[in-house]
Ligand binder design. Sequence first.
Ligand code: HEC
Ligand code: HEC
Length: 186
Amino acid sequence: MRLNMHRTTWLRSDFIFEKYRNTEIKKLAKNDEAMKTGARLFSAYCSVCHGSDARGAKGFPNLRDDEWLWGGSTKQIKESILNGRRASMPAWGGALGDKGVEEVSAYVMSLSGRSVDKTKAVAGKARFVMCVSCHGIDGKGNVALGAPDLTNKSWTYGGSRRPSGLRKTILLYNSCTWSLWHYAST
Ligand code: HEC
Ligand code: HEC
């Protein structure tokens, strides 16, 4: 009896998901029932990392702002959720040393309009050639690599001046490594 009830619940959700699967996401977004189901799923599977309000936390991207590491189109977001994402930012401590990291940090801060030590920023700009292959010449990032835009005020790892802020990211490399598959299988 118990088993049968379980089976019925599964069949019912299979039926609902099948219906949703064949509906365009734009249409689903206008469907109250689908949105409620989505919110429940988000709270069960996603909020532990992205927060119950989806604003993220240090190391976990905010899903409510305009910055999308991997692109914000329906197709790209679906891809992020279905297959997971794994960004890879090298550590620069070895190549640049403390002084180099400080300089390049000053330059990166200047990209989002903050006032910085000009001499350091100029030296940092020259060092930024090591970063352009991923973050772009203008620092605006590349969604194909999950390389973030460094010119806005949205920071996955924190943009503060403190040694634990921006400098630490560049020095040591922080990696968001995540896949739903990995999470589901743990
Ligand atoms: C175990 C922690 C964790 C859970 C649970 C999790 N995520 Fe994530 N999510 C991350 C991390 C970390 C990243 C960044 C990955 C990267 O860039 O390498 C990410 C990235 C994303 C992105 C891409 C964001 C962008 O800016 O392009 C989307 C969309 C996303 N998650 C949605 C979800 C949804 C929906 C769920 C639930 C089904 C979920 N995540 C569950 C940790 C998590
Ligand atoms: C091989 C590609 C690559 C290169 C080269 C690279 N980065 Fe990154 N960078 C990334 C990726 C991918 C991320 C996102 C990491 C994540 O979310 O886990 C990132 C993240 C960052 C962040 C964190 C942004 C945030 O929102 O908190 C900073 C700061 C940064 N990079 C600065 C630099 C600087 C400065 C250089 C050059 C010295 C550099 N990167 C070179 C790929 C690269």
